[in-house]
Design a protein around this ligand. Structure first.
Ligand code: HEM
Length: 173
């Protein structure tokens, strides 16, 4: 039973990583737009962005560690996951490239665009402005980055399903 723990953590972390991304797009962003007071909106945004960021990076860390553990389990099962002649190898590499894309877009969002958006809003509130210059462009960039992260994550889940399907369909050596 304890052998299943790393894989369970992997699936749990995948749920924690992907679920809130959907929630953010479909629930949180529209709800934030409904807040008229810019100060209250900014305060709520800051709490959501900080907690969402921690959750996402923690889930990613668990995904990578438990993913490496699952990979070693596959190797112990007799799969040659580094054999270029195997379909498993190519699907796994596609999964890693998508993961790289998701990490880059998440990092850009967490460390560059998000903080810039918050700073701009803070300055606008201090200056009594309602819609500061550059805010719309940053918002579009932020939505584009979240969209790419979400699509990459959904594609990673598909590669995970392909890997599982492939593992079931071939006999380990
Ligand atoms: C370094 C990162 C990662 C590594 C090394 C890794 C590795 C693996 C391995 C070896 C498996 C077992 C596949 C099989 O049945 O042969 C697996 C399954 C899975 N992975 Fe990952 N993974 C990583 C990242 C991710 C990410 C970012 C997600 C989600 C967004 C994810 C979601 C899943 C899911 C849901 C499964 C279960 C598939 C199933 O049995 O239906 N993994 N992963």
């Amino acid at each position: 039973m304890s052998d299943s723990v790393p894989f369970w953590l992997h699936i749990l972390a995948a749920a924690v990583w992907v679920g809130p991304q959907f929630f953010m797009f479909l629930v949180t962003v529209p709800a934030l737009r409904a807040i008229d007071d810019p100060e209250v909106r900014l305060r709520v945004l800051r709490i959501i962005a900080t907690r969402f960021g921690w959750l996402a990076w923690a889930a990613l860390l668990v995904l990578v560690l438990s993913g490496i553990s699952s990979l070693y389990d596959r190797i112990d099962d007799g799969f040659d996951v580094f054999d270029r002649g195997q379909r498993y190898y190519w699907i796994f590499n596609a999964k890693m490239m998508l993961l790289f894309l998701a990490v880059v877009t998440t990092a850009l969002h967490s460390f560059v665009i998000g903080p810039r958006q918050i700073r701009l809003q803070e300055e606008a509130i201090a200056a009594g402005e309602r819609d500061p210059e550059g805010a719309a462009a940053l918002r579009r960039l932020s939505i584009a980055l979240s969209g790419v992260t979400l699509l990459a994550s959904v594609a990673i889940l598909y590669t995970a399903a392909l890997l599982a399907n492939h593992s079931f369909s071939i006999q380990p050596v």
